[in-house]
Design a protein around this ligand. Structure first.
Ligand SMILES: C[S@@+](CC[C@H](N)C(=O)[O-])C[C@H]1O[C@@H](n2cnc3c(N)ncnc32)[C@H](O)[C@@H]1O
Length: 199
């Protein structure tokens, strides 16, 4: 029997909840890290757009194995209870002057991961433009705050400037590519840009 898109989504959501994760997005990071080895135990990691907290929790449990540090920033608070001991939570706009300064004070980082997304309006041009802005801001932050040999993961909505962002990343990393995880919904126009081994 064919599995519908909705059944597949429900399956991942239920699996995430049964494993203690607040959102199904955890399986995208799992796939990205399995393919590209972004984070290793002992790393200092910045998670931008971290709420409700699945990527942060997965990083703490499975990638850092409790060894290292995660700075998790979002407009909204994490919904993890308790907050893992490796996590420093910073609530606010990652690109405002005040919050950016706090992120810089916690750096530099071995890896920056960003699943940040704008509130969608349904207008594809507006949504992709806002997503592109977030992605560009994360690239600028990583230019400054990612250590040499560091790795970057950024979500961006396709149809905007993803090729331009990738071009910028090719100047900053020895390897840069686009990646669409299988766990990403079939009807989602998100894609992830991966930068490996910063110059
Ligand atoms: C898809 S959710 C992230 C899910 C998260 N990776 C997880 O696994 O739980 C996108 C998040 O980006 C955040 N976001 C959007 N713009 C932001 C900004 N300027 N600064 C910080 N967070 C932002 C939103 O508040 C939202 O929580």
């Amino acid at each position: 029997m064919a599995v519908s898109r909705r059944d597949k989504a429900d399956f991942f959501t239920k699996k995430a909840h049964s494993e203690g994760y607040p959102a199904r997005s955890v399986y995208k990071l799992e796939e990205i890290n399995a393919a590209h080895r972004i984070i290793k135990p002992g790393d200092t990691v910045l998670d931008v757009g971290a709420a409700p907290g699945s990527w942060t929790l997965y990083t703490h449990r499975e990638l850092l194995k409790g060894r290292g540090r995660i700075v998790s920033c979002d407009l909204n608070p994490l919904s993890l209870d308790p907050i893992p001991p490796t996590v420093t939570e910073i609530t606010g706009d990652a690109f405002s002057r005040e919050i950016r300064a706090r992120l810089v004070a916690e750096g530099p980082y071995d890896a920056i991961i960003s699943d940040a997304a704008p509130m969608t309006t349904g207008n594809r041009i507006v949504d992709t433009t806002r997503s592109e802005y977030l992605a560009e801001q994360v690239v600028m932050l990583s230019e400054e705050q990612l250590k040499p040999h560091g790795n970057l993961v950024i979500k961006i909505f396709q149809g905007g400037g993803e090729q331009e962002v990738l071009k910028t990343m090719r100047g900053l990393f020895r390897k840069a590519k686009a990646f669409k995880p299988k766990a990403s919904r079939d009807d989602s126009f998100e894609i992830f840009l991966i930068g490996l081994d910063k110059y």
